[in-house]
Design a protein. Structure first.
Length: 296
């Protein structure tokens, strides 16, 4: 664990201990180790898992906790902190630790991604295919560590300025051609934007947002519309609700998929809802303001 990260974890641990919690800090040992660590902690009797990190670390942990009764909470320490922002926790680890005692356990549904070239993977936030996953796939880990979210914008300009390959998205038998497809469980996207606008973690389906068009400059119009909250209803943008989505890849193109901001595989793929399979600690304010929307 890096010195700065250790400093913040120590402060958060002190806050939790002062609130009466018995806390054991269990550092990860690199990428793809957090799921196994979460399972080990549960097997040793942990009654709460606190994830000090970002959305990628949280994604690994929930893949070790799906279908467990042990609750999990986020202590934000990542790049975008989408989940923490969705829950109105913010981006600071220590204040988030102070909220833990007041949080409310809530059973939520997860998404499950199945790709032909990868193991099935649960996700809490979103799955994206096409343009955004292409950017995630090519982002420099070193640059991301150095400059945070700005690295995504740089990667977008470097790797997104090309004709975008189309792929087929099937939602309940309705097929559409898209160059960026998002199956989202949250409104927040990247910490700053809202692409899906009518979904919450308490719902048991996805808000599916499809963007059409192979010309990358078309996405300047899309981005502007997203920034001002006018993307829904814009020509070329389709918004649907579904509990499963199928995505087919053209034979002459490699289409990447990301979940919760991390590269997860290539098309063809499916995403589906796994109902009420994770207990998440929600701050009381977010729990009160969210009202599950009826499934169409």
């Amino acid at each position: 664990m890096r010195g700065r990260a250790r400093h913040f974890i120590d402060r958060a641990t002190r806050v939790l201990s002062e609130a009466g919690h018995h806390v054991e800090a269990v550092p990860t040992h690199g990428p793809n180790t957090a799921a196994a660590l979460a399972r080990e902690c549960i097997e040793r009797g942990a009654d709460l898992i606190l994830v000090g990190g970002g959305d990628g670390t949280m994604n690994e942990v929930i893949n070790g906790m799906a279908h467990s009764d042990v609750p999990v909470a986020i202590l934000p320490g990542g790049t975008a902190n989408v989940l923490a922002n969705e829950l109105a926790i913010g981006n600071r680890l220590e204040p988030a630790a102070k909220l833990v005692s007041a949080c409310v356990p809530q059973r939520i549904s997860l998404g499950l991604l199945r790709c032909a070239d990868a193991e099935p993977r649960y996700f809490a936030l979103m799955a994206g295919a096409g343009l955004d996953a292409h950017i995630v796939y090519h982002i420099s880990a070193r640059l991301k560590l150095a400059i945070g979210k700005v690295a995504y914008w740089i990667s977008g300009f470097v790797h997104g300025m090309r004709l975008l390959p189309e792929f087929t998205v099937d939602v309940d038998g309705r097929q559409s051609q898209s160059t960026f497809a998002l199956a989202s469980r949250v409104r927040n996207y990247g910490g700053d934007l809202e692409i899906a606008r009518n979904i919450t973690l308490l719902d048991h389906d996805f808000e599916v947002v499809l963007f059409a068009g192979v010309n990358p400059f078309r996405y300047i119009k899309y981005l502007t519309a997203v920034l001002i909250g006018k993307a829904h209803g814009l020509k070329g943008v389709t918004v649907l609700r579904a509990d499963s989505v199928s995505l087919s890849s053209p034979e002459d193109a490699r289409i990447y998929v990301q979940v919760d901001g991390e590269y997860a595989g290539k098309l063809p793929a499916t995403v589906e809802i796994v109902p009420k399979c994770l207990t998440l600690l929600l701050p009381p304010d977010s729990h009160k303001k969210w009202t599950p929307l009826p499934t169409p």
